[in-house]
Write a protein that binds this ligand. Structure first.
Ligand code: GDP
Length: 447
């Protein structure tokens, strides 16, 4: 979202700087123009655009790059720092007991977001509850109830009541056992006095620790006015930008953040309760600028690992990192990969692989990989415990037996054994790596 387009256009402009030993004023002008064009296209407030481009220009021309840094890397660094600065830190969100009030216009994604936040907190080990106070929209009660079920969290609502304030009061009492109480409120097509009065009353009754404004990424400049209104009425502590999966814009959300002097807490990236990401400006901008996004990837890996582990309590990924890497580990890894989502999305987050490289692969290349994974699973079903624990015992005759048992070719089995060896080698490398090596490797990948 927001600066999607900026990422790719900036990358190609920056690529023109490759091999140059000095940057001219014209080079900087080109880069700044590119940034302005993308930001304006993304609905970013013109004043913000001017501020950002001015400071990039000034720094690129005045500051001396540290020795050994190429002009391209130096400008990239400046753009990165300025963008991170513009987006600000993520909204602080301590993992403790709290009440969160969600505000926003009708259709912005509030109710869905209530489910998502609840799910997010439950994954962090807290017990959330959703309280639905929207009495205007007929489907709101059922929708929130279903989302609470999906997120496996407590729920309170009253389809027969018509006083949102009372529901909030009652709901907070009824779900008092929960650690995080998330109060969803009604929206309207546009801000009107009735909505403002209502949310003010709910705010007074619920006395939340945090008021979050939910904004659709596709919303243009009118987001600013909306944010201002909510800010004056209840005060906004954090913004949640939804539907970032569906738009390349998002400038309105930036204006909202600026207007309320707050920060972005979460990004909504789809329609299920799991489609939520904690917003981190540094990783967001890294991803944007094609530096990959290892933090997000790490979080997804961890989550996928946790889910896999719940199903198989005997399996501990720590063992794998410490010592032996068996075929069982490989299988768990494959399962975890599947849970992380489509392979191309995952690849996009890895430095050096991102930036549309996956798009250049023929479509069926991806299928082959997935088909291979499925074959590997079938093959492993035909292997003995001993073979899974210690794949080195699999020689020619065992390969023949496994091929017969699984109905897969002997070549496929050899591929699996190869794959295992390769992963084992990679893991060994990681194990022997210090922080400095890691850093060097990351740098190489970003070239
Ligand atoms: P509310 O009126 O503000 O409570 O909005 P809803 O939660 O009912 O959301 C309105 C529509 O947007 C629903 O169809 C949701 O499934 C959809 N939606 C919400 N968040 C996202 C998101 O992050 N991505 C996508 N693609 N759809 C979303």
């Amino acid at each position: 979202m927001v600066l999607d387009d900026l990422g790719s256009s900036l990358r190609s402009t920056l690529d023109d700087l490759r091999g140059k030993s000095r940057i001219s004023e014209d080079d900087v002008d080109d880069i700044v123009k590119e940034i302005q064009r993308s930001l304006i296209q993304a609905d970013v407030d013109i004043e913000l655009v001017r501020e950002l481009s001015d400071s990039i220009k000034q720094r690129a021309l005045e500051e001396e790059p540290p020795g050994g840094t190429s002009p391209r890397d130096w400008v990239l660094r400046i753009v990165y720092e300025e963008l991170v600065d513009l987006l600000g830190e993520s909204t602080e969100l301590p993992l403790e007991e709290q009440t969160i009030l969600l505000a926003g216009l009708y259709g912005s994604g509030k109710t869905t977001t209530a489910g998502k936040i609840a799910w997010w907190f439950s994954k962090k080990g807290l017990r959330p509850a959703i309280i639905q106070t929207d009495t205007d929209r007929p489907g709101a009660y059922d929708q929130a109830k279903q989302l609470a079920e999906e997120a496996e969290v407590d729920y309170y609502g009253d389809p027969d009541a018509d006083d949102p304030e009372k529901i909030a009061e009652e709901g907070l009492l009824e779900t008092a056992d929960a650690d995080v109480q998330i109060v969803d409120t009604a929206g309207r097509d546009a801000l009107n006095q009735e909505l403002i009065d209502q949310i003010e009353r709910i705010e007074n009754t619920a006395d939340p620790d945090r008021n979050m404004l939910v904004i659709d990424a596709a919303m243009g400049q009118s987001a600013k006015e909306q944010a201002q209104e909510f800010e004056e009425t209840i005060g906004i502590d954090g913004v949640i930008v939804t539907k970032v999966d569906g738009t390349a814009k998002g400038g309105g959300a930036l204006a909202a953040v600026n207007e309320t002097d707050s920060t972005i807490a979460f990004l909504g990236t789809g329609e299920t309760v799991k489609d939520i990401e904690r917003f981190e400006s540094s990783s967001f901008v890294s991803r944007l600028l094609g530096m990959g996004d290892l933090e997000q990837l790490a979080e997804r890996v961890e989550r996928a690992m946790e889910e896999t582990q719940q199903e198989d309590e005997d399996w501990d990924p720590e063992d794998m990192l410490e010592g032996q890497f068996t075929l069982k580990d490989l299988r768990k890894q494959m399962e975890a990969m599947n849970r992380m989502g489509p392979l191309d999305q995952v690849m996009d987050m890895i430095p050096g692989l991102g930036g549309g490289m996956m798009d250049q692969l023929p479509d069926d290349a991806m299928d082959v990989t997935e088909e291979r994974m499925r074959d590997f699973e079938v093959i492993m079903d035909s292997m003995t415990e001993e073979e899974l624990e210690n794949p080195r015992v699999v020689g020619a005759s065992r390969t023949r037996r496994i091929a017969r048992g699984s109905g897969k070719s002997e070549d496929r089995i050899r591929e699996l054994l190869e794959q295992h060896k390769m992963m084992e080698r990679t893991l060994k490398q990681f194990q022997g790596m210090g922080d400095a090596d890691m850093e060097r490797m990351m740098k190489q990948m970003q070239q």
